[in-house]
Design a protein around this ligand. Structure first.
Ligand code: PMV
Length: 326
């Protein structure tokens, strides 16, 4: 059987950076994210007894050997569950640059999981799909449920999964995603997670997370944008401080990233309520309310070094779709 899934990328407001179990991808802490409406992956999977190995194709960028192995290992999880050994034909496409810190592994593994499971003829619930997606890429488990999502770190594979905490229409906030770098980053997030413990600030980061989770959940519940923005921006800086103080240090920002950070602070002083967050990459997510969207876009006009701007609102999670890629 052939199945196709469409999965959104997600942006974390409270980040996952560091694991307590490397192999199972159990995160050191809980995290909270929002699915993005306009950055997504579509993947078609078909298992066939006629092929002698997995055939994995991606539009534009080709996968390297390491990535192909990671995808095949993920398909093995599905094959084991379905109790068969057939190889798969996989075709996938992103509508955004891969490996540049826009959660391509999140949407990629979420789409692969849902399409693969359906193609294998399995019917699994959302929790189970999230558990499987997590084993491909941690943040992928958050792209399965709808809207605003929490990933409970858990203590074992069976209780480390994501669930919706608020539906997409709960709060019409906007993520103005500013692409300043389309090239694949030099240090992948998988490599970065391993380095976290070497930062002298890591322990203090972890001890502060619980309180941030409580405050940000209440801010989303109350739709209190100022508290929400203050927490998410401080959290991004905190995670990047750990990255920059790991051994060896990781610097994901470019001069344009930093210029945007400083500019956003200036806009706030002028009364535009906008906050930034950044994942493991150089690209900047500007989070604002619907009423300030046009002002933010206007402010970006004429700024040097911006390659593309993608507007997102809170979105549904991963779904099966009927339009196959082959
Ligand atoms: O799922 P990974 O291994 O690509 O890690 C994602 C890490 C961050 O994007 C930096 C943070 C997060 O919680 O999404």
């Amino acid at each position: 059987m052939k199945a196709t899934a469409k999965a959104p990328a997600n942006i974390a407001f409270i980040k996952y950076w560091g694991k307590k179990d490397e192999k199972l991808r159990l995160p050191a802490n809980d995290s909270i994210s929002m699915n993005l409406s306009n950055v997504f992956t579509i993947t078609t999977v078909e298992f066939s007894e006629k092929i002698k190995k997995d055939i994995i194709i991606m539009d534009e960028h080709k996968f390297d050997e390491k990535e192909e192995k990671r995808i095949s290992s993920h398909l093995d999880l599905i094959r084991d569950l379905a109790r068969f050994k057939s190889f798969a034909r996989v075709k996938t496409k992103n509508n955004f640059p891969k490996g540049s810190g826009i959660a391509s592994s999140a949407s990629g593994f979420a789409a692969l999981t849902m399409a693969g499971v359906a193609a294998a003829g399995l019917k699994l619930n959302e929790k189970h799909l999230s558990i499987i997606a997590r084993q491909g890429s941690g943040s992928a488990c958050r792209s399965i449920p709808d809207g605003f999502v929490e990933w409970k770190s858990g203590t074992s594979s069976n209780n480390s999964y994501a669930h919706m905490i608020f539906p997409p229409n709960w709060w019409k906030i906007i993520d103005v995603l500013v692409i300043v770098e389309k090239k694949t980053k030099k240090v992948s997030s998988s490599e970065g997670h391993i380095l976290t413990a070497s930062s002298p600030f890591y322990k203090s980061r972890i001890s502060g997370i619980k309180n941030k989770l409580t405050v940000i959940k209440k801010a989303i519940l109350d739709r209190d944008f100022e508290i929400f923005g203050t927490i998410l921006e401080g959290e991004a800086i905190n995670m990047h401080a750990v990255m920059m103080t790991s051994t060896p240090p990781i610097f994901y920002w470019t001069p344009v990233t930093f210029e945007l950070i400083l500019t956003v602070r200036g806009w706030r002083e002028e009364g535009i309520l906008v906050y930034f967050t950044i994942d493991a990459g150089a690209n900047v997510h500007l989070i604002c309310q619907e009423k300030d969207k046009q002002k933010v876009i206007g402010c970006l006009k004429g700024m040097k070094g911006i390659k593309e701007v993608i507007l997102n609102q809170p979105a549904i999670g991963t779904r099966l779709i009927n339009k196959h890629l082959f």
